[in-house]
Design a protein around this ligand. Sequence first.
Ligand SMILES: *Cc1c(COP(=O)(O)O)cnc(C)c1O
Length: 207
Amino acid sequence: MTALADIRARMGGSDARLIAVSKTFAADAVRPLLAEGQRVFGENRVQEAAAKWPALRAEFEDVALHLIGPLQTNKAAAAVALFDAIHTIDRPRVAAAVAHAMAESGRRPELFVQVNIGREKQKAGVAPEELAALLDTCRHTLDLAIAGLMCIPPMGDDARPHFEALAELARAHGVTRLSMGMSADFEVALAAGATDIRIGSALFGQR
Ligand SMILES: *Cc1c(COP(=O)(O)O)cnc(C)c1O
C-alpha cells in the first residue's frame, strides 16, 4: 500500500480534505502523489511554493495550493496570486494586506484564521480571547469572508483538548471549516471535527 492509500484508509471514510504538505520536498517527490490523484497540497513558504509549483501546475491544472505557514504583509500579493487557500491569517495587518491583494487581483482564496490555541509565547496565531475582534475586523471592516479556523497544538501536549477547544471556538463564531491535525495526530483531529488535515512526513518521509 502506498503512503497515500494508507492515510486514506486511516481516514476511515471521512470526507475531510487531505492537504499533502510538500514543504522542503522537490517537484520530483511530489510527482508520485500527483500520479496517484492527489490534488491538494500545502506549502509553508510563499517563495518556495512560487519556485516549485508553477511548472507542476502547467501539467496538473486542477491542483489546489494551500499556504499553511506564516504570512508577512509584504508577501500578501504573491500569496493571493499563488494560493487557493490561506490558513494563517492571524492579525489585522495581515488580513488588511490580503483584502487589498484580493481586491486588486480579483482572486478569492479560502481564508482561515490561525488561533494560538495553546497560548504559547512564540507561536503564530491570534490569542483565543482576541479571535472575536479579529473576525469582526475581517468581516465588517475588510469585507473578508472567513471559512474556518486553524491551529497547531503545543508540542508534547495531548492534542485532543486543543482540537476540541478550536472546534468550540468555530461553533461559537459561526465558521464551518477546521484545519487541524498533522501526521502524528490527524485521527484525533478528525474525531474532534477536522475538515482539513495537513499531512507532511507520513506522505513524504522525514524532512
Ligand atoms: C509542516 C506542517 C505540517 C505537516 O506536519 P507533519 O508532521 O509532517 O505531518 C502541518 N501543518 C503545518 C502548519 C506545518 O508547518
